[in-house]
Design a binder for this molecule. Sequence first.
Ligand code: C2E
Ligand code: CA
Ligand code: CA
Length: 683
Amino acid sequence: MLEGIVRLGSSSSGVMQAQFRSFAKKMPAYYASVIAMMLSVIYVFHGIAPAWAAIGIPSGISLLGTVRGYWWLMHADDAVTWSEAHVYLRRSTWTLIVAVSILMAMDVTLFRYGNDHTRYFLLLQMLACATCGFYCLMHLRMASLVVFAVVMIPFDVLTVSLHQPSATSTAVTATVTAGVMILAMLGYQRDFLNLIRAEADTQKLSQENLHLAQLDMLTGLPNRRYFFDVLASWRPQGEGATVAALGMLDLDGFKPVNDTYGHTVGDSVLAEISARLRSVSERIDHLCRLGGDEFAFLVQAEDEEALRRLGLDIINAVGKPIQVANKIMSVGCSVGFALWPKQGAAEGIAQFEQADYALYHAKRSGRGRTVLFSEEHESLIVEQGKVEQALRSADLQAEFYLMYQPIVELSTGRTLSLECLARWKSSVLGEVPPAVFVPVAERTGLISDLTLVLLGQALRAAEGWPDHIGLSFNVSPYDMTSREQIVKMIEAILASKVSPGRLTLELTETALLNNFAETTLHMEMFRSVGASVALDDFGTGHSSLSYVHSLPFDKIKIDRGFVLNLESNPASRNIMRAVIGLCRDLNVASVVEGVETEAQLQLLQEMGAGQIQGYLFARPMTQGAADAFVEQRISSAAESVLGLHTWQAKSRLSGLPFVLREGLGTEGEWDAGGEAERQRTAG
Ligand code: C2E
Ligand code: CA
Ligand code: CA
């Protein structure tokens, strides 16, 4: 019975709490009215009825009303759980039923005392009590009906017992009115319950919508929006962890998979990688897909070393071959970490940017690596900020210029071409090396304009050289992804007096990794007008020669890194020999970069290297020096006749670098800036 009273027609927790709130707001007023009634009873009946009935019971009920009314006043705004609401409502219902029953017993007792006036007073008071109780308990259907019955039955009995027609009709009117009130209440209560349920449904729906809005459908991971929501309030509290960090990872070589096998396969690869990431470590928290092939997570670890190990675990897990639709493929990934400050992060945005920067560095430094954002990065950002500012306001045509470094045929000593190397004499910062300004220009998008300015300068320089001297020009991966830029470059080439056949465009593997399909297409566009394309810095990235062979490269430039320890390391010699041999077999021209010593030269000669470039032969030189160099080479009959063997013998005899023997490229014309930069970066 009690359960029935309190079940209130619904067991849904939202309804129960709504009933609690509605009830709680009305109870103080209800008890105030009961207290007012009790005071008036004392006032009317003291001296006419026994003290226990005229003063004792009303005082007791007033006291109870005061206590309960005050309690409700204090707890009206409590956020209660379903079970708390249940207990409170149950308790209140019983209190009310007992209190109203006592009150009725009191009224029935007092009815025998006094005169008709006091009796009518009592009847009126019973009606008031019924109406108030009915109204205040409206949301507790059974309770209100019980209270109503407890009051109305004695009321009707007492009224009819007066044996007066007016009293009897009052009883009838009151009973009919009560019936109407009950009907109205039932309707109102239905509406109330519907309203609460609708509200609960709307809330549930909006929660579902929020969940969907924060979900990445493809992988089932939370998305970028979710990650930023979490960042704002994340507090590390892992057991045994001393460092917390934000990690970010980006797949290497995902675009080629997408471009080659299509987006459905690409999607499956992403889903598989997400599943692997989920199971790498339970320390990874809030893993989400930021978009494309980029993921982020929060993590806690024992120390920085453990973070690095985790980065390695992630790279290994992602790098395992993936089978999709009978095809086996593999992608790599790079990881960037930013430490979470011990005192907490304001919104995590700074950590997000730092991890992004670390990731960018991981990718630039060869991919498949983990980089932890450090103080060095911090100062680099400051430095790059200055560079960026200066670059944005720079007069590209006036401040940028090219140095030229010859590329030589090893067997004959003939200069085949000159590579153009960009230099910047900033009006604000002075000389800035390319290793600093090229990344900034790429990030800011200024590289497109810069490439066009430099290409114009290079073509003008080459116009003054004989037709058999080629021109090697470095293009940025960013140039290679823009059709508009490629068209502009081809237009510039065709508009110049330089035959496109003299031109070689050097690009790194990064260009292909960033956008395989477009880059290969754009390479073909250059080749279709007669220009060649060279793969620069071979050996610093991931590509195998057989893979490179399937791409439209005319030339491969073997990175300086292989030459560095050619003399001391037999493994380097073996690799160099193999690469040179393979290039020859694949019928692709090879250029060995960074040849600095005669010992290196001799070894390369024994290996049958095709072309070489390096300080031993010539340093990058100004356009004036390059013009003179080319002029000298043409007039030097010795060059073609003697070949390099003779030159080598002579050079060794004189003990002087070849370029000095030629009487060209004096100290001032050498690329001292470039050298300083290389020492800096090597250090
Ligand atoms: P890179 O294309 O690999 O250029 C060769 C770099 O090696 C040049 O450095 C050159 O001065 C240096 N070098 C040549 N021979 C030797 C040697 O025997 N020993 C040593 N230690 N170094 C040697 P530089 O001029 O500082 O250029 C650095 C990089 O900046 C270039 O590497 C290239 O990636 C980029 N870069 C230069 N000019 C341009 C440009 O016009 N456009 C673009 N997009 N990038 C450029
Ligand atoms: Ca180059
Ligand atoms: Ca290179």
